[in-house]
Design a protein around this ligand. Structure first.
Ligand code: KG4
Ligand code: ZN
Length: 343
């Protein structure tokens, strides 16, 4: 039954509407993602009200598309998994309401999923045999966190950002450089073209903490841009991007190395939108070799927000405890905009 279970996954926590159909724990039957970048880019960030309305319009269309791509009927679904938080409250409610209606109408169980645990679950879709215990580095637009995962569902937070998330820092610096939103992908491309000639600070690097901090780096870039603008020459955008990227990756790697030294896990799992970053992907592979741990980094389409990871996280929790009455008693579930993990 376990390998045949088909899970419908729904993700609407921020500015991506996503639907997936997953068989078992890791067989992707369909994954569709509709990005709202076009809607938000002129504001330089996500506008919550606009995001909610777009989710309402897009979600039913994506569900239809997912079933068409998978070539299966709705009656074949055995489980519904949906992001309950963290995220934008109105956006979460769109997905949650849809999922409740879908499950209730068909008498199906529903598992509410934490978005951050979803990013972690993407690692197990990419490599189902990832050995435990693991250290997980989750880096996205809203989160930069290190966890110790002893077994599925047992997470302990080791550190997190004290101010901006890594992706948020990318987005803010990109905006400063006039590169648009979201900033990560374009900064990553420019960084590869430039040279990291400007020394920028790596916050908390000597400290004995597993926390991150990126706001000082952002301010340092702002000051650098101001100083270079005074010189009057065109801004060396690629060199700035390259210097910034080196500092971000250095900060992430130092704390991840410290976590690996403390926990001595069997593997390192990396996830979240910033895990798409070329320099970070290369650096974690090197770190894994240095520390002798298995490194699991999902393919790009599973790093950015998607619903495969939500379906996978839901299926993992359900299959570990299928008789739990909570999966049948879901109508009163509310969105959890700031749902902490592993604390
Ligand atoms: O996980 P995600 O899709 O959404 C959140 O849950 O936040 O992450 C989006 C973030 C954005 O801040 C984006 O700029 C960043 O991931 N990002 C990147 C790259 N691709 C996306 N940051 C650095 N390098 C990239 N290649
Ligand atoms: Zn995310």
């Amino acid at each position: 039954m376990e390998r045949e279970l088909i899970t419908l996954g729904i993700e609407t926590s921020c500015d991506e509407t996503a639907v997936a159909l997953l068989r078992g724990r890791a067989e992707i039957l369909a994954s569709v993602v509709a990005s709202q970048t076009d809607l938000h880019e002129k504001y330089g960030g996500v506008v919550p009200e606009l995001a909610c309305r777009r989710h309402v319009e897009t979600l039913p269309l994506l569900v239809r598309e997912a079933f068409a791509r998978a070539g299966i009927g709705k009656e074949q679904v055995g489980l519904v998994a949906v992001t309950q938080g963290p995220g934008l409250v109105g956006a979460l409610l769109v997905g949650l309401s849809y999922a409740k209606a879908f499950a209730w109408a068909r008498r199906l169980p529903l598992v509410p999923v934490n978005h951050i645990e979803g990013h972690l679950a993407a690692g197990f879709v990419a490599r189902p045999d990832t050995p435990l215990p693991a250290v997980a580095l989750i880096v996205s637009g809203g989160h930069s966190e290190l966890f110790h995962m002893e077994r599925p569902g047992a997470l302990v937070k080791l550190g997190s950002t004290r101010d901006d998330a890594a992706g948020e820092a990318y987005d803010k610096v990109a905006r400063l450089l006039g590169l648009g939103y979201p900033g990560g992908p374009v900064m990553d491309r420019l960084a590869r073209e430039g040279r990291a000639v400007y020394p920028l600070p790596v916050a908390l690097h000597g400290a004995d903490t597993l926390d991150f901090s990126f706001s000082g780096l952002k301010t340092a870039v702002k000051n650098l841009v101001r100083a270079l603008e005074k010189e009057g020459a065109p801004l060396p955008v690629a060199d700035i991007a390259s210097s910034f990227q080196r500092a971000v990756v250095e900060a992430l790697i130092r704390k991840t190395r410290l976590a690996l030294e403390r926990v001595r896990p069997a593997s390192l799992i990396v996830g979240g939108g910033v895990a798409s970053n070329s320099a970070l992907r290369a650096a974690v592979e090197t770190l894994g070799k240095e520390r002798g741990v298995v490194v699991t980094v999902p393919p790009l389409e599973l790093c950015a927000d998607n619903a495969v990871m939500i379906a996978a996280s839901g299926a993992m929790r359900y299959l570990a405890d299928p008789a739990n009455p909570a999966w049948r008693d879901f109508l009163a579930l509310d969105a959890l905009p700031s749902w902490p993990v592993g604390e």
